[in-house]
Design a protein around this ligand. Structure first.
Ligand SMILES: Cc1ncc(C[n+]2csc(CCOP(=O)(O)OP(=O)(O)O)c2C)c(N)n1
Ligand SMILES: [Mg+2]
Length: 424
């Protein structure tokens, strides 16, 4: 990296520091281990360093011969508001007295779950393409939505319909997308948000780029990016969080640890005890939370976004949840996990938990539950009708928006697609 030409870095460094440090100790540390290389590098960088000095590298005090001295320690806090039955674990955040907010969160979680079941049925009857269920993850998804500001930018993976619904994406659009129609990525109420992202991890460098743009433009808004537990093994994850840490970008990354990447459990994915700790190498604050507790999700994501908005840089939040359904409609999870494990996960599921909490406070009742279920069913039926009645896009649309002029190979593919479409 050429620090001499990067105004961002220049802005972050104090004037008056030098490549060899402020004091004798620093100087020894920089030139001591590899003196020749260090001084060659120092002289090569001398003119640049004169203009934009690099920061001093603090030298650790020398340990006694053969002994180790701890130079840094890290901790990953865990946070939750409610127990499995929806009982408060202690004093609640102030927004918990906003009953209307909590009722809206609950309604959106139920709406997402009802839609989810319908989408799986549509796929089973050949009316939808492959579909990834969000069953069991609704608190993480809706809690994030409730913490974001409308002007923030959202990058999801493929499951987070609860966040999308909260931000105004229509049920119809989600059906169109999973029906294979790109018009399902047109979000009229939140056009700055990105569509679902299927290539694992690839949304993260884009999210870091969007956050960088916000920083350069001095906008007071943030980027929020989801990633799965499996996604944190991708190089793109590390590259993105490294940049976010180095540049103090307004990026909040929520790792949805649903315990599986298709059939691979987290224990086979990584030797790390938490996924949150991956943030430490990037110099980013990290926290692990109960992702089935909508209150703590709303709280911790809200705090992280507020800090990012105020210029405090990124945060990584690992939300512990469980994928109660199959990976997608192309999967059969009974082949790789036990009935007992899934039954136990059902006892910690997020919707009953929030309903218990609201009911105990007199903020929800059975009549409202019935009315909500009816309203969801009607709304979903209307969206399905609209989706099924939408005329299919021409196969040309796959080619029309890729290049201004098609290459001969793409022209041949377009013509083949036309012939295929006429046959089917
Ligand atoms: C780059 C890339 N490699 C592989 C795949 C195939 N694939 C689809 S989903 C998935 C697992 C992702 O697991 P995780 O990140 O935990 O997300 P989850 O599905 O559990 O929400 C894989 C490997 C892909 N979509 N993209
Ligand atoms: Mg996963």
């Amino acid at each position: 990296m050429d620090r001499s030409v990067d105004p961002e870095i220049a802005a972050h460094h104090k004037p008056g520091t030098s490549t060899t440090g402020d004091g004798a100790e620093d100087s020894a540390a920089v030139t001591g281990a590899d003196g020749a290389a260090a001084s060659a590098a120092a002289s090569a960088a001398a003119s640049a360093a004169a203009a934009i000095p690099a920061p001093a590298i603090p030298a650790p005090a020398m340990p006694a011969a053969g002994e180790a001295r701890v130079v840094a320690r890290f901790e990953i806090p865990y946070r939750a508001c409610l127990d499995r039955d929806g009982r408060p674990l202690g004093p609640l955040p102030s927004f918990a007295s906003d009953v209307e907010l909590l009722r809206r969160m609950y309604r959106t979680m139920v709406r997402a779950r009802t839609f989810d079941a319908k989408a799986v049925n549509l796929q089973r009857t050949g009316k939808l393409g492959t579909y990834p269920s969000c069953l069991g993850q609704e608190a993480t998804h809706v809690g994030v939505g409730a913490a974001m500001h409308p002007e923030d930018v959202l990058f999801t993976v493929y499951r987070e319909i609860g966040t999308k619904f909260w931000r105004g994406v229509e049920l119809y659009s989600v059906l169109m997308y999973w029906g294979g129609d790109e018009r399902g990525t047109i979000y009229t109420r939140n056009p700055q948000d990105f569509p679902f992202c299927v290539p694992i991890g690839s949304q993260l460098p884009q999210a870091a780029g969007a956050a960088f743009a916000m920083q350069i433009r001095a906008e007071r808004r943030c980027t929020l990016a989801f990633v799965g537990d499996g996604g944190t093994s991708q190089g793109a994850f590390y590259e993105a969080i490294n940049m976010a840490g180095a540049k103090a970008l307004p990026l909040v990354c929520v790792i949805v640890n649903n315990r599986y990447a298709i059939s691979v459990p987290v224990s086979q994915q990584t030797a790390a005890r938490t996924l949150a700790q991956k943030a430490i190498a990037a110099g980013i604050p990290a926290v692990q939370i109960d992702g089935n507790d909508a209150l703590i999700v709303r709280q911790v994501v809200g705090e992280a976004l507020a800090r990012a908005r105020a210029g405090g840089g990124p945060t990584i939040i690992e939300a512990l949840t469980y994928r109660l359904g199959d990976h997608t409609t192309s999967d059969d999870a009974t082949r790789y996990r036990s009935r007992e494990e899934v039954d136990d996960a059902w006892r910690a599921e997020p919707i009953a938990r929030l309903r218990n909490f609201l009911t105990a406070r007199g903020a929800w009742n059975d009549t409202e539950e019935e009315a909500l279920k009816r309203a969801c069913a009607e709304e979903i039926d209307a969206a399905v009708k609209q989706y099924l009645a939408t005329p299919k896009q021409s196969t040309d649309s796959m080619f029309d928006y890729v290049l201004a002029e098609l290459t001969p190979a793409l022209r041949a593919q377009r013509d083949e697609a036309r012939r295929y479409a006429q046959r089917s």
